[in-house]
Design a protein around this ligand. Structure first.
Ligand SMILES: OC[C@H]1CNC[C@@H](O)[C@@H]1O[C@@H]1O[C@H](CO)[C@@H](O[C@@H]2O[C@H](CO)[C@@H](O[C@@H]3O[C@H](CO)[C@@H](O)[C@H](O)[C@H]3O)[C@H](O)[C@H]2O)[C@H](O)[C@H]1O
Length: 316
């Protein structure tokens, strides 16, 4: 059996992968990504971001996102939408406009409403990477101009556009207990108190071999105890190159640990890897001398990590 089958047997809704438009031209890659026994869910890794969907104010363009959505639909794969409000890959006019609070609030509302109205999906990362490592709010153009209520505005607009989609806040380095996870917990408590429609917390899971937080299961449970779903949204576990048999074995154990933690938490509903083959991983382009983060190698061959994921879903 394959990854999504084991995920389902373990009571999860899906196992999935991110992908990007240019990768779909790669036939062997396309064939494996279409394999729903491994991947029952797809996340467009770039083409639903602000730079791609609203390059000029009020000019909404969804061609890139729609191409990946059409691919998923054909395979009956679920789609996670990524992402509505994020400080990175933001269309330049949003910051260059020096908009006041009222105007930028309208811009956020319109962007999230149109994005979700066009591209209805199972989940949406409505707000991405809103926190600093110490759990305080990241000083983005949205936070500096509007304050923390930009998050409320985005979620309300998202819910108005799509009453069914599950609305998530998504971030990295919130895999284990710590000040950043506490920041997320305090925010979600506040949002729920203020009746802001939030359904889930997205734990990106960009991890390092041999350094998976020992508190990951406890942390996922703490998020679930807030009365929201949890999803692992961008899992990859990078190593310092060159690849060695020891590092591959440790990576296998690390994937097993993360999957087993999600499996143990009832409201951890699914796992998405941030692409599936090292051939298209974002890691080497950002972390010099690091890579080999994904379960398939550059030749599209399964690595020990693949079996670590199986063990995570199956082993007691
Ligand atoms: O950074 C990893 C995660 C972290 N969490 C949020 C999540 O959204 C993020 O994903 C990554 O987010 C990164 C940007 O922050 C993306 O990287 C961008 O990916 C884009 C599409 O491939 C790149 O754009 C291409 O760049 C090429 C060379 O510069 C140009 O020739 C292409 O025209 C242009 O499309 C950008 O330079 C590159 O910065 C990665 O693909 C994407 O996987």
């Amino acid at each position: 059996a394959q990854l999504n089958i084991w995920a389902r047997i373990a009571g999860k809704q899906y196992f999935g992968s991110a992908t990007d438009n240019y990768e779909l031209a790669d036939k062997p890659y396309f064939k494996q990504l279409s394999n729903t026994l491994d991947f029952a869910q797809i996340t467009p890794s770039n083409s639903l971001k602000w730079f791609a969907t609203e390059p000029e104010r009020g000019n909404f363009t969804f061609a890139g996102g729609e191409e990946i959505v059409a691919f998923a639909k054909k395979n009956k794969q679920l789609v996670r939408g990524h992402t509505c409000v994020w400080h990175s890959q933001l269309a330049p006019w949003v910051e260059a406009g020096n908009f006041d609070n009222a105007t930028l609030s309208t811009i956020v509302k319109d962007h999230c409403y149109n994005l979700l109205n066009e591209a209805c999906r199972i989940h949406w990362d409505v707000v991405n990477e809103a926190f600093n490592e110490d759990g305080t709010f990241r000083e983005t153009v949205f936070y500096k101009t509007i304050g923390p209520s930009y998050i409320d505005i985005a979620f309300h607009a998202a819910r108005k556009a799509d009453p069914k989609a599950k609305l998530y806040i998504n971030d990295y380095n919130i895999d284990g207990l710590g000040p950043k996870s506490t920041g997320v917990i305090n925010l979600v408590k506040q949002l729920k108190k203020n009746k802001v429609p939030i359904d889930g917390i997205g734990v990106q899971g960009h991890l390092i071999v041999g350094r998976v937080p020992t508190t990951i299961r406890e942390n996922l449970q703490a998020f679930a105890d807030l009365g929201v779903d949890v999803a692992i949204t961008e899992l990859d576990i990078r190593m310092t190159l060159p690849v060695t048999p020891e590092l591959l074995e440790q990576q296998k154990k690390d994937y097993q640990t993360v999957i087993a933690a999600c499996r143990a938490v009832k409201r951890c509903i699914g796992v998405t890897i941030w692409d599936w083959t090292d051939k298209y991983s974002w890691v080497p382009g950002v972390f010099d001398g690091e890579g080999a983060a994904l379960p398939w190698d550059e030749d599209l061959k399964k690595k020990p990590a693949y079996y670590g994921i199986v063990d995570g879903f199956t082993k007691l």
